[in-house]
Design a protein around this ligand. Structure first.
Ligand code: FYN
Ligand code: ADP
Ligand code: MG
Length: 569
């Protein structure tokens, strides 16, 4: 019994760390935890479910962590991931770091071993200095040492995850604290809900005036929407800015659907043209990182001026000078721009040149999507998927792989915000199945995952998680039998490091795990099977066999690949 508990009168009602943690989370509107149980957190999962809450129990903490981070992106509330100590913590840490990199709010709560033993390195069960290891990979890492601090720690974690640039937070809970008791009355008093945990941040009037002047003076303006804009949940405001100004827009991949890809001002299909030719680009929640060629080089025109809307002040000038920084929350900044730009003359000639280019590119693509080939390829298979998904505009689309990612991003239109979940800022493989669980759990809508066969392997065992919770998820494996492609010749002594066993039956794997599984070889079969899988609502895997020769090394980012010119036969 702890010291605090010893001071509690004998007839007082007691609570403990487990209960205080659960009550603090519930009080803050959290009803879902993603995690993997074991020493010392097992009881937390059981008690949590017994209170009527949801606990999605995964097969690997990394996938639970990805699910929590995606839940954070979709809901604008921190997603919660619970793990065991050392190895479980480390498995989850990749996802926590990924959440932070992507600016998704997430809290990872890990049980840890006893401080006295860990700090003296005396070899405790799963000994590890988790707090310090977590620190560089998240916005903040906190340890709770006393039961009476649980309330404040949870609030601190929530506020840190949500405020300013969102991201990951680590909460370290030493095993003993979970069962440490204190007076229930004092415990209840220690819990609270933060006032305004993600305060709006208004841009300064001078900054707004500078941006307005720049945009009004532009001949070829562009609005570039990033996943920060999708996260911000001010969809109507953004759509209104685009429509009132008549400026063409293009979405980064996870911003697709914030304004529908089919909108007449959507310049996604003229991406190269607009990046190169625009004179003023308004970045809305998008960083000028590698995904935008750092704002320079041959992708860009060379004299582009940027307006950048971001809540993180030091994001400005991170790569190139920002002519008009607008530091603030996206909702407030976009509202201020709308007011300043009201009645602006629309860039009609530029907009129609962009629309013409986009429609030409769409027509060219459309031919490829319907051209039959002896063996299915990315174009005709994704063409078939696209036609089916048109009928389900509110579906969640999870997408990972290299060619499977790049081609699906280009081919599959999105119609609603925050419905495209992909590999994000890192281009990380393995986010697929965690994203599927979170999307189904948080939206209550069906999910379709388009995964490369390589990408699926990283989290494939979570197909069992999907069948166990009976989630309406259809997984399509774009199966070309390898990493990038499946036709790489093997050296004499061993099978090639780029190919997989051609006998693999992903459809049978899904059946073995309690779901539905199909193997398809034509676009027609694929379309039919996908449509009935969505309609059935049953966990289904469709193994779509495509040409092993389909695909290029590293997809559309082959320029980042490094090759040796030495010693090749
Ligand atoms: C886009 N395009 C279209 C359409 N949409 N054509 C016709 N119809 C439609 N609907 C065109 C668009 O104009 C481009 O052609 C091309 O398709 C590609 O568009 P995309 O995908 O938007 O742009 P691009 O150049 O690939 O974008 C760069 C990028 C992106 C870095 C932002 O590639 C990306 O998000 N990559 C992530 C890669 C990743 O993480 N991989 C995982 C690791 S793989 P042009 O205008 O002619 O250029 C490890 O190996
Ligand atoms: P993408 O990869 O789609 O280009 P990024 O992840 O690079 O998007 O950029 C997202 C940006 O959005 C980050 O710089 C982040 O600080 C910013 N951001 C996130 N939420 C908000 C918000 N509510 N208001 C303002 N900026 C935000
Ligand atoms: Mg492959």
């Amino acid at each position: 019994m702890s010291n605090e508990a010893a001071m509690v009168p004998e007839d007082a009602q007691l609570t403990d760390g487990f209960h205080l943690l659960m009550e603090a989370l519930e009080m803050n509107g959290i009803d879902t935890i993603y995690g993997l149980l074991g020493i010392p957190v097992t009881e937390l999962g059981r008690l949590w479910q017994a209170r009527g809450n949801r606990f999605f129990s995964f097969r690997n903490e990394q996938n639970a962590g990805y699910a929590a981070s995606v839940a954070g992106f979709i809901t604008k509330k921190p997603g919660i991931c619970v793990t065991v100590s050392a190895p479980g913590f480390l498995n989850g840490l990749t996802a926590l770091a990924n959440a932070t990199t992507n600016c998704f709010p997430m809290i990872m709560i890990s049980g840890s071993s006893e401080r006295e033993i860990v700090d003296l390195q005396q070899g405790d069960y799963e000994e590890m200095d988790q707090l310090n290891i977590a620190r560089p990979h998240c916005k903040a890492a906190y340890r709770i040492n006393r039961t009476e601090d649980i309330g404040v720690a949870v609030v601190r974690a929530i506020r840190t995850a949500l405020s300013g640039r969102p991201g990951g937070v680590y909460l370290d809970i030493p095993a003993r604290l979970f069962s440490t008791t204190m007076s229930a009355e004092d415990g209840a008093k220690s819990l609270f809900v933060p006032v305004d945990p993600a305060p709006s941040q208004l841009p300064g009037p001078d900054a707004v005036a500078r941006a307005v002047d720049l945009i009004k003076g532009a001949e070829k303006p562009l609005i570039l929407l990033g996943k920060g804009a999708a996260y911000a949940q001010c969809d109507d405001e953004i759509k209104a800015l685009i429509e009132e100004t008549g400026i063409p827009f293009t979405p980064m991949s996870m911003a697709k659907g914030l304004v529908p890809d089919t909108h007449p001002q959507c310049a996604a299909a003229a991406r190269s043209l607009v990046l190169k030719e625009s004179d003023v680009v308004v970045l809305v929640g998008a960083r000028l990182n590698w995904l935008l060629a750092h704002g320079k080089g041959k992708t860009w025109g060379g004299s582009t001026k940027f307006v950048q809307i971001d809540i993180q002040a030091n994001e400005m000038d991170s790569n190139v000078p920002i002519a008009a920084p607008l530091v603030g929350d996206i909702g407030s900044c976009v509202a201020a721009l709308r007011a300043g730009l009201s009645g602006m003359e629309k860039p009609a000639a530029w907009a129609s040149a962009v629309a013409e280019k986009a429609s030409g590119n769409r027509a060219k693509l459309s031919t490829k999507l319907t051209t039959a080939t002896p063996v299915m390829n990315y174009f005709n298979s994704l063409g078939a998927i696209r036609e089916v998904l048109k009928n389900y505009p509110d579906i969640n689309l999870v997408n990972e792989g290299a060619n499977a990612l790049d081609n699906a991003r280009m081919i599959i239109d999105q119609y609603q915000p925050r419905r495209r979940l992909d590999t994000g800022t890192w281009g990380v493989m393995g986010v697929g199945m965690g994203s599927c669980v979170a999307a189904a759990a948080e939206t209550g809508k069906p999910v379709v995952a388009i995964c490369g066969d390589s990408a699926f392997g990283f989290s494939g065992m979570e197909a069992e998680t999907i069948t166990r919770y009976n989630l309406p998820v259809t997984i399509i494996i774009m199966n070309n039998g390898g990493i990038y492609r499946g036709d790489e010749a093997s050296p004499e002594h061993q099978v090639s490091c780029m190919v997989f066993n051609p006998k693999t039956r992903y459809d049978q794997l899904m059946i073995a795990l309690g779901g539905e599984g199909y193997r398809v070889t034509t676009p027609e079969e694929l379309a039919e099977t996908l449509d009935s899988a969505i309609k059935s609502g049953k966990p289904t895997l469709i193994d779509a066999i495509i040409d092993p020769a389909a695909g290029v090394e590293s997809g559309r980012i082959g320029n980042l690949n490094v090759v040796s010119t030495i010693g090749k036969k």
